[in-house]
Structure formats: C-alpha cells, structure tokens
Design a protein around this ligand. Sequence first.
Ligand code: AMP
Length: 465
Amino acid sequence: MLKIYNTLSRKKEVFKPRKDKKVNIFVCGPTVYDYSHLGHARTYLCYDMLVRYLKFLGYKVFYLQNITDIDDKIIKRAKEKKKSWKEIARFFEKEYLKDMRSLKIESVTKYARATEHIKEIQSQVKRLLEKGYAYQIKDGIYYNIKKFKDYGKLSRRTVEQAEDSTSRIDIAHKKRNKGDFCLWKFSKPGEPVWKSPWGDGRPGWHIEDTAIAEKYFGLQYDIHGGARDLIFPHHEAEIAQMEAISGKKPMVKYWIHTGFLTVDGQKMAKSLGNFITIKDFLKKYSPSVLRFIVFSSHYRSPLDYSDTLTKEAKINLERLEEFLKRLKATKGKLAKSNKKIIKNFEKKFLQALKDDFNTPKAKGLLFNFVAKINKKIDKDQISQSQAKEIYNFFKKQNKIFGFLDFQKIEKKHALPKEVKKLVELREKYRTQKNWLRADQIRKKIHHLGYQIEDTKKGPKVKKIK
Ligand code: AMP
C-alpha cells in the first residue's frame, strides 16, 4: 500500500487514484527565458522517479507538463536581446528539452505550450466571468479571491494573510482586493497579443495550467506537483479557478511539493546568482551522479548542493558498480542462510519506497546490504544463482532511479583483432598437437596483455590487469 504526503491535508495518505490503476499527473513546467539550473533538475528528477515508480507499481500514468512560453520575464528578455518573444521561448524550450534528455528524463507523456491553448484559456476566463468570480478593469480581467470561500485551503492562509505575502503581485490600482490575480492581461504597445472577446491581450500566469489540465484530464484528476514555492500563490490560484468553474472538489486528489535544492542553505535561483546550469554540471559529471544525489535525499526535504556531495556520490556509484561486477563474477557455494538476508533486504527496500517514497532510507538499506554481501563474496559464500537474484533486483530498481549504467557494467571487452587471430591460430596448432607452436603463440598473446585459460568449452581469454 503506497502512502504519499498530501500538502492539502498535511498528512501521509493511502494512494488510491480516482479511476482503477490510471493516474493523471500534472507538474508545473518551466518558464522558458533562460537555461535551466540544478534546482530545476532536482524537481524534475524527483517527478521522473516518482512517475517511473508508479509505473513500476503497475499504474498507467499520463504525465502532463506545461511550458510557460508567454510571460513578463520572456518579454523582458526578448527586449534585452532584441529578439521576439517567440524566438526566446522556442530557443530555451529546446534547450530545456535537451537538458531533460541528457538527464534521462523520458517519463513525460505530453509537453503543452501555454500559447497553443489560448482557446481553452479564454473558455475558462469566460466561465469565471459568467459565474461572477471574475471582473474586468482597465488593464485586464481579475479573479475575486473573496468570492471563493475555500481560498487559502492549500497554503493554509486567510485571505488577509495571503494578501500580505503575495510574492508575484499583479499590480493594478483598481483591483477589488489586493490579492486578486490576473486572468487575462490587456496588452501594452509592443507586447504580444491574442484576440479575445474582451480585448487583445495575453493570459495571466495561473490560468494556463488549469486550462491545459482541463483539456487533457477533465475537471478533476489525481496528482498535481511542483516545488514548494508554487504552493502559494500559484497552486492556491489554480484551485480557486478550477473549483469555481467546475463546482467540484477537490480539483486534485494529491498535491505533492518538492523541497528546494539549496546552496549554503539558500534556494538555488537565477536571481541570487548561486546557480549551476544543468549543462555546466554535465560537462564535469555524468547524469548518474545527479540522479544518485536526488535519490539520496527525500523529495520533500531541502537538498544542500556542494562539491563534497558530488564527490561522495561519485565514490558511492563506483562502489555500487564494482559490487555488481563482483556479483557477475562470483561462483561461491550456495548458503541457505543468504536467502533470508536477500529477501529481507528486498522487502525493506520496497517498504521504504511505499512509505512516502523514502529514498534516503532505501539508500541506507542498500549500502548496508552491499557491505554484508561483499563480505560474503570475499569468503566465496554467494552462489551464482543468489548473485543473479541480487543483480536482477538492482537492475529492476534501476528502471525507477536510473543511476546505474548497466551497459557499462555488462560490457564485455571486445578482443583486439590481432589477439583474436592469434587465439584461432593457437587452436589450430593445438588440434594438430603442435604444442611447441601453440605455446609460442600463447606467449605472444601474453605479451599483448592477454591471458588464456583452456576450459572444456574452449579457450577463455582475459585481459591481464
Ligand atoms: P520556473 O521555470 O522558475 O518556473 O521553475 C520550474 C520549476 O522548478 C518549478 O516547479 C520551480 O518551483 C522549480 N524550482 C525552481 N528553483 C528550484 C530549486 N532551487 N529547487 C527545487 N526546485 C526549483
């Protein structure tokens, strides 16, 4: 039974999707005006692992992510770079998708651009106006937060508290309440526009997500995610919009929020200048290192990034790869007592994941187990079949976490052509019982750095270490 922490209830809840084994999940995507950094990577890696995990548990998952391709920051960047908003947005979207591929994030079913859902956005604005939740003033159409009785239920704030802590305030003088947010912005000269029944303009920030989600999932769905900075005002606003339109609650059954990637305790952010782009990180380290770092901490906790952390992750990964190589080579005796140790580890590992995806606990169990089994391999106490079972368990779990490179682990060193020819020639002499020539060739092969072991199945060639 999977339990997952729901921000809405502030409790761990048993996970039960709305319909059988089908899961619809929406995760807030990036605003594409710059290169993505490790903070973004952390959030998207957490959701990638979570979605892979749900699939591992047998759920059929539709993972939807929006791309914010129109926004004040994009317009500002376009002006600075003397480019159009579209050139900026498409360029950084491409870079974002490249970064995701480099990190082996392939779980997203659909990326949906805001600007390709203007019809759906306008339909939601229209319904909010008709139902009396929205009103029009000089610079746009706004949502009246005092009309929605449940406003603040996700962030646990009253309307007054919410207004005091609005972080991305929509500045407009004629708003009815300070915390009212914009649904449709009338455009200023030189800004991108879309036609609408109320006047040319562009969508506000919060409405794109609910419009996109409604198109693909309908009025209610299973999971909505993002990092914790999005709880307020963004996700609070989404609930206000969607539940006002549909009259149904909850819009989303489980709200999940990831913790920040920090540097010296401070959120990694463009504005603070303490960021490392995904691209720069990948120039020095493999994506496995980052995947391992993300696996090592709980998705809801802050993750403090440092060089030491990266170095440790690299060492730990090498230890795991070495362990898997040893497992492949082991030919010890069958010890019945191992069965219990292996089963117990597998059970506890899976239990940790079922408890709100507790990956740091799973990691602890993993390394304890590796230490125990390594000692047994030293003493020839792990049989081939037991080694295979452990190996296969690791391989299966790697489908979720993706930090082990099994291609590398399983790669057999291809013999150089010259050595291969010599081995064949030696075999020919051996069948002719010409032991002298055969031995001369063996020495030649040895000289080239390879050693031959004659077995019943034929010669086995190994690289001399
Ligand atoms: P943005 O493009 O800034 O809207 O961010 C895209 C996603 O990355 C959002 O879910 C953010 O909350 C998340 N995010 C941004 N910075 C960090 C960080 N330092 N740690 C974790 N997630 C972050």
